[in-house]
Design a binder for this molecule. Structure first.
Ligand code: GLY
Length: 343
């Protein structure tokens, strides 16, 4: 049964509709003043959803999360004669939610928007938190804003068409949440398998809701990333650096980033559960140890938004379920990274 939960952020509230049906979108927004934004894959798999709604269909893939696509969306909004009373609803994975949220924030200085996430990654992470932006070359999410959606609609049946690789991809953020905040969930992940989660839709829906609320509460406590919210970047500093460099799926890059962060944690916090984390990542089909060009990764990493003048705020684990932000001097971080890649 559909349940509604409202989370109040500093400048807006977001209604979360769990166990909902995407087909009932017209209960939330007016059909004649709404534009749906999706990609060709989602459009092809779920055509009935789009019916006679105004729809913008984009090419799929992170490589299109850029200014050219933003310009193309804006041109189509103008063709629909969308004004400030209109809604934009992103239906898709993280690329769609990022593009939709970003355009909704800048078109006519801001329209109301909502998301129907269609991937695990978007359901537990990308659609939540209000950070929406685009890439500039190899620099991930270099341009963007923080602005909360008005609603999120969760329909786990949409996952039926999700390719295996995307299930795996999304599990990286679930493992991340467990590592930084939720030791009991880490245990649940150890005791289950991806196959088991796919079979048991009720368990899957509960897991997605648990992750969505975990992230939402972290964001609620620190919307503009002054402290607590930084923890959500566990695995992402190196992850983002290698993601576009090697065109890796986001979850794979983050999984490699988490593995490296676990090893760095050993030296800084005395973390002693790296093998447990690596085993869970392995279990869900994610890569852990990878060979990459440390110099190229460093050149991108040092431009990370979490950098201060001479140090990087790196997210480390104290133990499974508890993380901390450590300011690591850039020189030290660089040599540790090079050591890790070339032991
Ligand atoms: N939209 C993703 C985030 O705010 O973290």
């Amino acid at each position: 049964m559909r349940t509604k939960q409202t989370i109040d952020f500093s400048t807006a509230s977001c209604d979360y509709y769990f166990n909902a049906s995407a087909r009932r979108l017209d209960e939330l927004v007016p059909r004649d003043r709404t534009v749906l934004v999706t990609d060709e894959h989602i459009f092809a798999h779920h055509q009935a959803l789009f019916g006679d709604w105004n729809t913008i269909v984009l090419k799929p893939g992170e490589e299109h999360k850029n200014q050219d696509t933003v310009n193309a969306i804006i041109s189509q909004l103008l063709e629909f004669e969308a004004d400030r009373s209109w809604w934009i609803v992103g239906i898709g994975g993280g690329v769609i939610t990022d593009l939709t949220g970003y355009v909704a924030g800048i078109y006519m200085r801001g329209l109301k928007f909502g998301f129907i996430p269609t991937s695990i990654l978007a359901m537990v992470d990308a659609s939540i938190g209000g950070k929406n932006g685009i890439d500039v070359g190899v620099y991930k999410n270099m341009v963007g804003l923080i602005r909360q959606p008005a609603f999120l609609l969760y329909d786990v049946d949409l996952l039926d068409s999700l390719p295996e690789t995307e299930w795996v991809n999304g599990m990286a953020e679930v493992v991340k949440h467990a590592c930084i905040k939720d030791a009991p969930m880490f245990k649940l992940l150890e005791e289950n398998t991806l196959k088991g989660l796919k079979r048991d839709k009720a368990l899957l829906a509960r897991l997605i809701k648990r992750n969505a609320l975990l992230k939402s509460k972290v964001v609620q406590a620190d919307e503009f990333e002054k402290g607590e919210r930084k923890l959500l970047n566990f695995g992402h500093t190196l992850g983002h650096a290698i993601e576009n460099l090697y065109e890796l799926p986001h979850g794979h890059a983050v999984s490699i980033g988490m593995t490296v962060a676990c090893h760095l944690s050993e030296g800084f916090t005395g973390f002693s559960q790296t093998q447990r984390v690596v085993d869970v990542l392995d279990k869900y089909g994610l890569p852990t140890y990878a060979v990459f060009d440390a110099q190229k990764a460093w050149d991108i990493l040092k431009m990370d938004k979490k950098r201060t003048a001479s140090a990087m705020n790196y997210i480390l684990l104290d133990r499974v379920g508890r993380a901390e932000v450590r300011s690591i001097p850039l020189e030290e971080l660089q040599s540790l990274l090079f050591e890790f890649v070339t032991p």
